[in-house]
Design a protein around this ligand. Structure first.
Ligand code: NAG
Ligand code: NAG
Ligand code: NAG
Ligand code: NAG
Ligand code: NAG
Length: 415
């Protein structure tokens, strides 16, 4: 990676600012350090949580998890929210990262930027999904900046950028008809023009996989490696796999069955958010317990049944901090609009990106979508496919060591 003098100067402004020096960061992108302070909104959140009445008895009994979140689980989450959860503690923890905002195409874009001490660190952009946020990557950010080795013994470390998708957390809501490809363009500008990297790698999960794939597709000179754990294409049915003579291992059979089950019974929220985003968005906008039911159910259902036990750090506290971030930043309504704006965000016709940049893919046993290697290879230059026996849809929380190891493999193929 070559960095010019002007670029170094721009970067040095960031460092000085992040260390609390009075340097005024002023440039065309209005790059500024950012500090999370949502404390003044916490009392209203707590009042709303306390003021929400839940039924004394389940209204729809003996349904297990097939009808969605149970009353008892929702109640236990709520009790924890009111008794042991502390937003101010979470905020203090999150402010240990270096946060910034920049204005790109008129949108305020929030991001974390943590740099490595190594001179040859690989710039890496991590892109979250729904109902996630930058919090999905908190457990791996610092580790990624440290010097480590790949499985083949190559030295590796990263300059990490975690950006909030427009409409999520502290990034401004995008205009109408804003698509995944538009976010991809804005994020490419962030890495190249604002942070001055000539080339970089990117990882995306859920909608972030669509954004990262779009960057890989559109910007083949700057995006020089892509890592994914989800594809922006409809998974194959078992019949389609058979028609192409693709056979599955027993782990893959399990994953195919989970994905089929999700397709049959788990996509109601997807249809609602794609067709009537405003209805659900406004219904839950000022309703933290409602957001907890709608979002919390996804965190629980899309994860490893052992969530919260090592290696997973996806505890109930972690879920409550994600829901609190949505409520406190008032982003629930603008987050679901992403679905309505991208009705073809998951395409049925596969395309192959015109790039020689490597594509690495990580499958996790309890993820809600499954694509075997032969199918992933249809979309890009697949060089490595890893399948994990634990973890689900939020690997940064549900299996951080595996995600970390897979991301480090980027160095094996980086040039
Ligand atoms: C948004 O897209 C719809 C459908 O293509 C179109 O009818 C509408 O004019 C667009 N709105 C704006 C503001 O571009
Ligand atoms: C998902 O369901 C739709 C119908 O709702 C069907 O057309 C599609 O083939 C299914 N996909 C998978 C992977 O089962
Ligand atoms: C699948 O295998 C059958 C039988 O060996 C063969 O006739 C067919 O052409 C193969 N299909 C593909 C897509 O490779
Ligand atoms: C997720 O929900 C489905 C029904 O849509 C259910 O079959 C499955 O057991 C649930 N999984 C978990 C881990 O709760
Ligand atoms: C990037 O894409 C263009 C146009 O599709 C193609 O001509 C070029 O070879 C690609 N470059 C790389 C490095 O893959």
């Amino acid at each position: 990676m070559r960095v010019s003098w002007a670029k170094l100067l721009a970067l040095s402004y960031i460092y000085e600012a992040s260390q609390g020096s009075p340097v005024q960061v002023r440039n065309e992108y209005q790059l500024q350090p950012f500090h999370i302070d949502l404390s003044s909104r916490v009392p209203r959140m707590l009042d709303q949580i306390k003021g929400t009445q839940l039924p004394a008895q389940p209204v729809y009994i003996n349904t297990g998890t097939s009808a969605g979140i149970s009353l008892s689980l929702l109640e236990s989450f709520r009790t924890e929210w009111l008794t042991s959860f502390d937003w101010n503690r979470e905020q203090e923890d999150l402010n240990k990262f270096n946060h910034y905002t920049a204005v790109i195409e008129g949108l305020k874009v929030h991001f974390i930027h943590e740099t490595s001490k190594a001179k040859d660190a690989i710039p890496l952009l991590l892109v979250h999904g729904w109902p996630g946020s930058f919090l999905e990557f908190a457990p791996v950010i610092n580790e990624l900046t440290k010097e480590a080795t790949t499985t083949t013994g190559k030295k590796v470390s990263f300059d990490v950028v975690v950006a909030s998708i427009p409409g999520f957390a502290f990034s401004s809501a995008p205009p109408v008809n804003w698509t995944v490809a538009d976010t991809a363009r804005v994020f490419n500008t962030l890495l190249t023009n604002v942070l001055c990297y000539d080339t970089y790698a990117t990882f995306g999960t859920d909608w972030g996989s669509g954004i990262a794939y779009s960057m890989y597709y559109q910007f083949n000179t700057t995006v020089r490696a892509l890592s994914l754990d989800f594809l922006p294409f409809h998974p194959y049915t078992s019949d389609q796999l058979a028609a192409e003579n693709i056979t599955l291992s027993s782990l893959e059979e399990f994953e195919q069955a989970e994905a089929t089950e999700w397709n049959n019974s788990g996509e109601g929220y997807f249809v609602e958010q794609t067709t009537k985003a405003n209805t659900i968005g406004l219904a839950l906008y000022d309703n933290p317990v409602g957001q907890l039911a709608w979002i919390g159910e996804k965190f629980v259902n899309w994860s490893d049944p052992n969530a919260g036990q090592s290696p997973s750090v996806l505890t109930h506290n972690q879920i409550l901090r994600s829901v609190s971030l949505y409520y406190l930043t008032e982003c629930f309504a603008s987050s679901v609009v992403l679905y309505q704006q991208n009705p073809n965000g998951f395409a049925s016709v596969y395309t192959k990106a015109n790039t020689d940049a490597p594509l690495l893919y990580s499958a996790f046993k309890y993820n809600v979508g499954f694509w075997p290697p032969a199918v992933v290879a249809k979309t890009g230059n697949l060089v490595l496919y890893t399948n994990h026996e634990s973890g689900g849809h939020f690997p940064g929380l549900d299996n951080p060591p595996a995600l970390l190891e897979d991301l480090r493999e980027i160095a094996t193929y980086w040039s």
